[in-house]
Design a protein around this ligand. Structure first.
Ligand code: GCW
Length: 635
């Protein structure tokens, strides 16, 4: 019998607005500056049969730069005062407020962070490392390949939420990506030109050993490669100076270079016995004449650890390496630090490095792409976690925020249609980290055309990260995920590997003691935080197993034992996914989204069930403690 497979009609990306439901009219190619885009957006908004929509008046004031002031003296007119870029931001803000029926913000609006960067992990061959929304939007087959109409829409998306820098390639720079500042430089410059009118500047990830490459990064006639990449070698620093001169001639407003060095087998200054300050400063000196920034990632640890070695604790690594270098970095170096000390796990405390470097410019790095948080299959909406993160973070030294992109060539941009909320929210928080998560989520919902579903959808999205956390990582215990792909449960998958990712569960206890008497991670924290985390009876539940090794019989504040709490969370988490599915199925969503959401929800249910049963079985087998309520645990 012939099977009939029901295929969904392919839908164009143009029908997926993300949060730009009211901004679907393609942007004309000839708009060359932020002011022109602002005027176009305001006019087309008014033109689209919106009776009584106010007229816009733009008052340029270059002293305001990216900042703006909105005034509405009479209901029929909105005045946007700002630098040219500020006018664009102010216009989007005003239009968004009109759509959401909210009052305009009062007073001068200034971004909290001057660099608000989206880091893509796109490779020139079109793949995206840890990408869950299809292939790259701008690379294919080893070079640039894109639809300019779509890239302009991307520029509009990013500018409308306040992002001003796009790092176009993976921090793991392969040979073909080296050519972005070599043979492919004219194309890189063309791409920069396309995004420039939106106030979006490019950043490029570079390979520390580029001077030694005999491939397409070296434009000299003979392609003469150097024998070393030692940052203190004169020829090496000259090589980078020449390189920067060439790159800035082609892209005068390039934001700078991003570097992953001495991390996960990437080359770096350690090879030459040089410090990371020496390595970063040499590159920074090449960029300084052009006002470029050198963003240096602090994600450095021993990825060849022997699991038998209990004296080494990966979350301690970055602080141990960088704290002694505080004060040694050049002014145009920014140290980019992941939000937690491990690696974008479902729940981590803030990285002590973000609290401890007093004399170094810092960027906080978040991960939008859902590597450890459900691959854009499971719902995981991040603003509630960011609220907590920004509350904890020492704000003074942090001048930048970056986030690993969740975008791809999928029609709906982010795989799961609701994952776009995370990208939108990132831009909103990068402007103003004090926002209320519920307001950000509601704003996204209204802008995205889900207003009819607003109440229930807000509730679902607000809870989604907490639910995911419940059925996956118990109480801040990390790395129980399938190795490599990082989706689905595998409690000992990482236990005997070299990545420094252990839970050390045995029949009596689980977790790693990271207090002063253990690995000492807590000593890296400011005293008031260390004090709070040190004592398991006051440590917040969500960090309990991040900082402590505890017996299964440990009594939690709510009177439950640790093991019972693990069982309860996993049973509840799964049930909450079922309820979420029920709620979502009742929502009035556009047909295209309803199908995509339902499809992914079924996969999420499957995943949550796997997590529930694997984790509960794992702990039950080890501990021998039965579930207090006699629920089914597989043995
Ligand atoms: O968590 C790891 C990811 C790698 C990534 C690395 C990093 C780009 O699994 O895929 O590499 O983090 O942040 O450098």
């Amino acid at each position: 019998m012939k099977e009939t497979i029901q295929m969904r009609e392919p839908i164009s990306w143009m029908e997926y607005p993300a949060w730009l439901e009211a901004f679907q009219q393609p942007l004309p190619e000839n708009l060359a500056a932020p002011g022109e885009i602002a005027a176009f957006e305001a006019e087309s908004f008014a033109g689209e049969n919106r009776k009584n929509s106010p007229s816009f008046c733009f008052v340029p004031d270059e002293t305001l730069g990216e900042s703006y002031i909105l005034e509405r003296d009479d209901p029929g007119k909105i005045t946007v005062r700002g630098g040219e870029q500020g006018i664009l931001y102010g216009t989007y803000e005003a239009l968004f407020d009109l759509i959401c029926e909210k009052p305009l913000p009062e007073g001068i609006q200034t971004p909290a962070y001057s660099l608000r960067m989206l880091d893509s992990w796109d490779n020139p061959d079109g793949t995206i490392e840890r990408g869950y929304a299809g292939r790259s939007l701008w690379f294919e087959g080893g070079c640039f390949s894109y639809d300019p109409v779509r890239i302009r829409q991307l520029g509009r998306m990013l500018a409308s939420t306040g992002i001003n820098v796009l790092c176009i390639n993976n921090v793991n720079v392969d040979a073909s990506a080296r050519s972005l500042i070599g043979d492919l430089l004219p194309e890189t410059a063309g791409f920069a030109r396309l995004l420039r009118p939106f106030g979006i500047r490019l950043m490029i990830s570079v390979d520390f050993s580029s001077p030694m490459a005999i491939d397409n990064v070296n434009p000299d006639a003979g392609r003469r490669a150097l024998r070393t990449a030692d940052p203190l070698d004169e020829e090496v620093s000259m090589w980078w100076k020449n390189c920067a001169a060439r790159v800035y001639e082609a892209i005068p407003d390039l934001a700078g270079f991003l570097v992953k060095a001495d991390s996960e087998h990437r080359p770096g200054p350690n090879t030459y016995g040089r410090s990371h300050a020496q390595g970063a400063n040499m590159l920074a000196a090449a960029l300084a004449p052009y006002g470029g920034k050198l963003v240096w990632r602090a994600f450095v640890y021993n990825c060849m650890q022997d699991w038998r070695d209990t004296g080494t604790d990966r979350p301690c690594a970055a602080y141990d390496l960088y704290k002694p270098l505080d004060g040694q970095f050049a002014d145009n170096v920014i140290l980019q630090v992941k939000n937690g000390p491990y690696d974008f796990q479902v729940r981590e405390p803030v990285s002590p490095l973000l609290l401890g470097m007093q004399k170094t410019n810092l960027a906080a790095e978040l991960q939008l792409t859902q590597e450890y948080t459900g691959h854009q299959i499971d719902l995981f909406v991040m603003p509630p976690l960011w609220r907590e993160f920004f509350d904890r973070m020492g704000k003074e030294k942090i001048s930048a925020v970056a986030a690993v992109s969740n975008l791809g060539r999928d029609e709906n941009w982010t795989g799961h249609p609701f994952a776009a909320c995370n990208l939108f929210a990132f831009g909103q928080y990068a402007w103003n980290p004090n926002r209320n998560p519920e307001e950000v989520i509601r704003r996204w919902i209204r802008l995205s055309g889900y207003r009819k579903a607003e109440e229930k959808l807000t509730a679902v999205l607000l809870q989604s990260s907490r639910i995911y956390e419940k059925y996956t990582a118990p109480l801040g215990l990390c790395w129980m995920v399938n190795p490599g792909e990082h989706y689905g449960p595998s409690p000992w998958g990482y236990e005997f590997q070299a990545w420094g990712t252990y839970n050390r569960a045995d029949r009596n206890a689980v977790g790693i003691d990271r207090t002063a008497s253990g690995t000492g991670l807590l000593k890296q924290y400011p005293p008031e935080l260390a004090l709070q985390y040190e004592d398991p009876s006051v440590c917040p539940d969500e960090y309990l197993l991040f900082f402590h090794r505890l017996p299964y019989s440990f009594l939690m504040r709510d009177g439950r034992t640790l093991i019972q709490r693990i069982y309860d969370d996993h049973f509840e988490g799964y049930n909450e996914v079922l309820r979420m599915q029920q709620t979502l199925s009742e929502l009035d969503l556009p047909e295209r989204d309803r199908l995509a959401v339902e499809e992914r929800m079924q996969m999420q249910i499957h995943n949550a069930r796997e997590w529930r049963d694997v984790i509960n079985t794992f702990f039950h087998r080890l501990s021998g403690v039965p579930d207090q309520y006699g629920r089914k645990i597989y043995n």
